[in-house]
Design a protein around this ligand. Structure first.
Ligand code: PLP
Ligand code: ZN
Length: 438
């Protein structure tokens, strides 16, 4: 594809399109397994040959000639500063997604016995407080370019929030599908944008199967089905940002949650691309993944030395990462093995402790997926799998205010007092653990 006249692509804004050249640097799609090339349409499997997943292909020479640290630093403080690495041709749908804080986690590090720990906080991503805003910003930009007017997704919660919100902003019709047992915050955080919301009686894997049928029957753009090659590229920005925020360096070790495994594999792709175009010096980075014991098909395969996934039925409070049949599981296992990382699982009690630990030490309130990541980080330190001094980045992918049910019974209650000083003093004394004689 390369340099195409922009006029060939529809734009939803009323600006007259002159015959300028596209800045697009992606050249099409390709099967990740057999290499078969495909045009850059709405497709995600290698229909002609092997049914493997399709991936976006770029012209890295073109990117290299156009991009430098300086051009990126001069770009917007959003994922679109990396637009030459993303599969869009025209103007992005820009809702301020990305460039979330990378916090040096001094207090959590000390608690765990580490000295060089960072938290990448996508719990404050825009517009819907999870990492899914990255993938949806890219997918819906591409959906609009491909002429879709209705967009959809199969979601474990955060994806529905993000798709509904960004579709609203872009003026696209939206119908999203979730399992019917999701947290109130995830349901409400979708409905407020007024999409059509289908709560399916079943788990995510059943929702996903239904959506594949709907995608084949209706002409909709499903961000994580027929638009999946574009959608998944959005996760690479979590790799780029960490490199840039570490002062144009790679970390030594990353820990990230695994649902389908896509996020994990795309952080790796992001690192590899910045090495390839000379934006960062190559060095080994270990990749470790986090799952909940109640849905740990990737961690189980890793522990048993398998390279294939045996699907499971999810039962965990970490609903946002509860995918029983993860599409990118084998690729995630391969990355963990090749980089000397690990994939581990923690139980629901440990997840709650992880949420509380991050909140108490760093002032970051994450959802269950983030609690899983912190609990696995702690476990890996205890197992000696993380060196105390290595630069470690834990990816926090969602916000705790969406899953308050998970911690409601595990935190304190307020002291309810009269609006009088003596009432306060009595409560304060109790709070200090002092005996009070009233
Ligand atoms: C979707 C999601 C993930 C991981 O998704 P992948 O399918 O592995 O890319 C992680 N954390 C949260 C909070 C999510 O919503
Ligand atoms: Zn193929």
């Amino acid at each position: 594809m390369g340099w195409l006249p922009l006029i060939a692509f529809s734009r939803s804004v009323g600006v007259p399109v002159t015959a300028t050249l596209s800045r697009s640097t992606f050249t099409g799609l390709r099967c990740k397994e057999c290499g078969q090339p495909y045009e850059a349409g709405a497709r995600h499997v290698c229909e002609d040959v092997c049914f493997g997943p399709l991936e976006v292909v770029y012209d890295y020479e073109a990117i290299k000639s156009r991009v430098s640290r300086a051009t990126i630093e001069a770009g917007p403080t959003s994922i679109w500063r990396y637009r030459d690495f993303l599969p869009i041709e025209g103007e992005p749908i820009d809702v301020g997604t990305g460039f979330t804080p990378l916090l040096k986690a001094y207090r959590l590090a000390r608690r765990l016995g580490l000295t060089n720990l960072y938290i990448k906080n996508d719990g404050v991503n825009m517009p819907t407080l999870s990492f899914k805003d990255r993938v949806v910003s890219v997918a819906l930009t591409r959906a609009r370019e491909l002429g879709f007017t209705t967009v959809s997704c199969a979601s474990t919660g955060n994806l529905a929030n993000s798709t509904a919100a960004i579709a609203a902003h872009a003026g696209l019709d939206c119908c999203v599908f979730i399992p019917s047992d999701l947290e109130l915050g995830k349901v409400l955080g979708t409905l407020i944008y007024n999409p059509t919301l289908m709560a399916v009686k079943g788990n995510y894997d059943q929702v996903n199967r239904l959506c594949s049928e709907v995608a084949n029957t209706y002409g909709w753009g499903f961000v994580n089905i027929n638009l999946r090659p574009y959608y998944s590229e959005g996760s690479k920005t979590l790799g780029y940002e960490v490199i840039e925020q570490l002062g144009w360096q790679l970390p030594d070790h990353i820990v990230a949650p695994l649902a389908s495994g896509s996020l994990f594999t795309k952080i790796r792709k992001g690192f590899d691309e910045f090495i390839k175009v000379g934006l960062v010096d190559e060095k080994p980075v270990r990749f470790s993944g986090a799952q909940a014991e109640g849905c740990a098909p990737i961690a189980q395969a890793f522990a048993e030395g398998r390279d294939f996934i045996t699907p499971v039925k999810p039962h965990t409070i970490a609903k946002s990462i509860a995918i029983g049949n993860p599409a990118d599981g084998p690729y995630a296992i391969d990355i963990a093995n090749r980089t000397g990382g690990s994939i581990a699982a923690v139980n629901d009690a440990e997840i709650i402790e992880g949420i509380k630990l991050l909140a108490e030490t760093e002032g970051v309130f994450t959802e269950t997926a983030g609690g899983t990541t912190i609990a696995v980080l702690k476990k890996l330190v205890e197992q000696g799998r993380i060196d105390p001094g290595e630069t470690t980045v834990a990816y926090i992918t969602g916000n705790g205010l969406k899953t308050t049910e998970a911690v409601a019974d595990a935190i304190g209650a307020p002291y309810t007092i009269e609006a009088r000083l003596d009432s306060f003093q009595a409560a304060w004394a109790r709070a200090q653990g002092h005996h009070i004689a009233s």
